[in-house]
Design a protein around this ligand. Structure first.
Ligand SMILES: NC(=O)c1ccc[n+]([C@@H]2O[C@H](COP(=O)([O-])OP(=O)(O)OC[C@H]3O[C@@H](n4cnc5c(N)ncnc54)[C@H](OP(=O)(O)O)[C@@H]3O)[C@@H](O)[C@H]2O)c1
Length: 324
């Protein structure tokens, strides 16, 4: 049985995955809207959705909707976030939740004023594996955290008009894939980094194509991230503690990690959750958070990551048209 009335805004690739997850969970999607109406109508047909709104605004004004899932390009998050939150809707918004910290601060303020949940759809925060690794590291048998190493490389067609490279669609490696690397790092660090250094290589369109990022927090925990939008790399994270290290592959939706205890080289494999169910965990956590349950959507981590990304782009001199 459905607890909440969910509506989907945007009908692209991730919205399709999301709707498939909802179908698998037996959640009836209440309504859908999209920039191009015909695509929303086709989406509704595909997923058995009864209401297709004429426009995103019509959806956002519908008092019958409890939770809106926003799946439009990065620079089209804040206008929809503002409207949804002002209309008292809970919002699960795709990554990167906004372009910068100032937009996120506006959204957070609106969510507080209207007593609704605002969350970023960051799979890492909802995968059971990460929750389990938090519990294991909190037990202390690995000792203190020292370093986190991250990679994310994606080979995107070198087309400066697509959303990955186009500044008019807030392209660039940082907002598209760096947000995963930084969210992973933030998940393990005991506090947010206060020292940030980096190098960047720009694409012909002027957005960040490749970056190397170094971070350190007041506790002396360090992290590095290597990003590329035009070279594949293993999506590998290594979390290094005094007495051992944890390796995680395919980390955005990871279901398995290997811990190596350095004293004797013993390895322990931790399997928890399922990659295929990644969006289902996110949906369940959101419903629990909306119901006032214990569940944490980690908007604090989202804010820390957004601050780092804002500082990085400022230091690189990359501004999107909305920011000029
Ligand atoms: N969590 C994840 O695993 C994951 C994976 C991929 C992407 N994402 C995030 O999800 C978002 C969408 O990515 P995607 O890959 O699904 O994109 P996509 O396939 O290109 O779909 C984009 C959607 O946004 C709409 N749209 C495009 N430009 C718009 C505009 N100017 N104003 C309003 N709507 C617009 C499109 O509508 P039309 O039908 O009119 O073109 C389409 O419905 C991004 O923020 C991305 O970072 C998350």
């Amino acid at each position: 049985m459905n607890t909440y009335r969910w509506a989907i805004l945007g009908c692209g690739s991730i919205a399709n995955e999301f709707a498939q997850a909802m179908n698998r969970m037996g959640v009836q999607i209440f309504g859908v809207a999209n920039r191009t109406y015909q695509n929303a109508a086709a989406f509704a047909e595909k997923y058995g959705i009864n209401r297709v709104y004429q426009s995103p605004r019509e959806l956002l004004e519908d008092e019958n909707i409890d939770i809106v899932y926003i799946a439009t390009p990065h620079n089209k998050h804040i206008p929809y976030l503002r409207e949804a939150l002002q209309h008292g809707k809970h919002v699960l918004c795709e990554k990167s939740v906004t372009l910068n910290s100032s937009e996120l601060a506006q959204a957070k303020q609106l969510a507080e004023e209207h007593h609704v949940v605002l969350a970023e759809a960051m799979t890492i925060y909802h995968m059971p594996l990460y929750k389990k690794l938090h519990a294991i590291t909190a037990e202390g048998k690995l000792g203190a955290l020292k370093m986190v190493q991250m990679n994310f490389g994606s080979y995107k067609k070198y087309d400066m008009a697509n959303r990955f490279f186009n500044p008019d669609l807030a392209g660039g490696a940082l907002l598209d894939i760096g947000v995963y690397a930084l969210s992973f790092i933030r998940w393990f660090l005991s506090e947010a980094p206060d020292q940030i250094t980096s190098q960047v290589k720009l694409a012909p369109s002027g957005v960040d194509e490749q970056a190397s990022i170094l971070l350190m927090n007041p506790a002396g925990e360090m992290a590095s991230a290597l990003l590329s939008l035009h070279a594949k790399q293993p999506k590998r994270g290594t979390v290094v503690f005094e007495k051992g290290y944890v390796e995680i592959y395919d980390y955005p939706r990871a279901e398995c990690a290997v811990i190596t205890y350095t004293a004797d080289g013993t390895k322990e494999t931790i399997s928890c959750g399922s990659t295929a169910e990644a969006l289902c965990y996110e949906i369940r956590d959101m419903e629990q958070a909306v119901s006032g349950g214990e569940n944490e959507m980690h908007l604090d981590y989202t804010s820390d990551v957004m601050r780092i990304m804002t500082e990085l782009r400022n230091s690189w001199g990359i501004k999107y048209p909305e920011e000029i």
